[in-house]
Design a protein around this ligand. Structure first.
Ligand code: ACO
Length: 333
């Protein structure tokens, strides 16, 4: 049976930086509150007139991943995009990205699993490689959450940001790459985080932000309490499945929601925070995009080398959560 190896990573962030001081001009908040409760200092906001749609960001991240993997677009068998903020209700972001890349031989579809969209998409890709249905799969997480945010709700607008990340998966007989994935959901708690129709325009200071008539609602406190045990438990399942202990893990790349959630997960798992890669101070919570952006930054800054065990773990709307255990192998042969 084939193994799915990550052979390229890429990411793309909008140019515009909105820092906490900028948010103080929009809602009744302070840099001190946001930093203390979340660890976020700034986030990126996509501007349509700068070609920063979900499709644009996803395609740019994908190009960078394909370039690293040295894979031409016409070799891609499947494109799967994790997203809750595609540019249109349909067609999918994946089809729009396929068009941008000229990936003429690829099937393309989106996966909607909240902030776990990337791990869910990675599992679909892994399964199609294991089943022999695909040899090369592009997995993308791309979001423009700024278009869904209610910019009058200080409880949510301070948390979120825009961006995209991508990985290229290649089939190989060499043991390694994706070792296991666990994904779970609990629809009974859907109303802790959802998006509904709304109509407030964006604040004047964000002129040029293209919004859609949907607004995000969240019960942050209850979500926090669900996120910590769920992420810790599914990470334990990943270790058990592979007969590993926490000492075997070189790096944890978690969904970047909130530094306090990550500290609590690290404490429950008894894994040092030093092993947790974080960049949420720069980008906030970019939902499905946060793990592939973090993976790209971690790899490009030399934090992952051949043979390292890397644990991805996520939690998000649905509710959904998941964990993937990887043996890092960019050149499986
Ligand atoms: N600035 C200043 N004050 C604020 C702000 C703000 N931006 N937002 C809320 N407050 C106020 C509230 O009104 C409340 O005031 P009160 O005590 O006078 O009523 C007070 O701060 C405390 O509010 P809480 O909501 O209880 O604060 P909490 O400590 O729970 O922190 C937070 C809120 C940061 C949202 C936290 O609950 C959280 O991170 N939850 C997880 C949310 C999350 O990550 N969601 C993303 C999707 S799921 C995921 O990715 C894991």
């Amino acid at each position: 049976m084939a193994f799915a190896h990550i052979t390229g990573t890429g990411s793309a962030l909008p140019q515009r930086i909105l820092d906490n001081a900028g948010l103080e001009m929009i809602v009744d908040t302070t840099d001190e509150w946001i930093t203390r409760r979340t660890g976020i200092k700034e986030r990126r906001i996509a501007m349509i007139d700068k070609n920063e749609s979900t499709t644009d960001l996803g395609a740019l991240a994908a190009r960078r991943a394909l370039e690293m993997a040295n894979v031409p677009a016409n070799e891609i068998d499947t494109i799967i995009t994790g997203t809750v903020s595609a540019d249109r209700i349909f067609p999918s972001a994946a089809c729009m990205i396929q068009r941008e890349l000229g990936a003429e031989n690829a099937a393309a579809f989106d996966v909607s699993a909240g902030c776990s969209g990337f791990i869910y998409a990675l599992e679909m890709a892994n399964n199609s490689i294991k089943a022999g249905m695909a040899k090369t799969v592009l997995v993308i997480g791309a979001e423009r959450l700024s278009s869904l945010v209610n910019w009058q709700d200080r409880g949510t607008c301070v948390l979120l940001g825009d961006g995209a990340g991508a990985v290229v998966l290649r089939a190989s007989d060499v043991h390694g790459g994706i070792l296991s994935t666990h994904i779970k959901s609990d629809g009974r708690l859907w109303d802790l985080l959802y998006s509904e129709k709304g109509n407030q325009p964006p604040p004047e200071s964000l002129n040029g932000l293209a919004t859609t008539p949907f607004h995000l609602r969240m019960e942050g406190n209850r979500l926090f309490k669900q996120a910590v045990p769920s992420m810790a438990h599914i990470a334990e399942l990943a270790l058990q499945k592979n007969g590993m202990t926490r000492e075997d893990i070189h790096l944890v790349i978690p969904h970047q929601a909130n530094i306090r959630i990550l500290q609590a997960v690290a404490e429950k798992l008894k894994i040092s925070m030093d092993k947790f890669f974080t960049n949420l101070d720069k980008y906030g919570n970019t939902s499905s995009a946060s793990i592939p952006i973090a993976m790209d930054e971690a790899f490009r800054s030399g934090l992952m080398k051949e043979g390292d065990h890397v644990l991805l773990v996520s939690f998000g709307a649905g509710l959904t959560w998941g964990a993937t255990l990887l043996r890092w192998s960019m050149s499986p042969g």
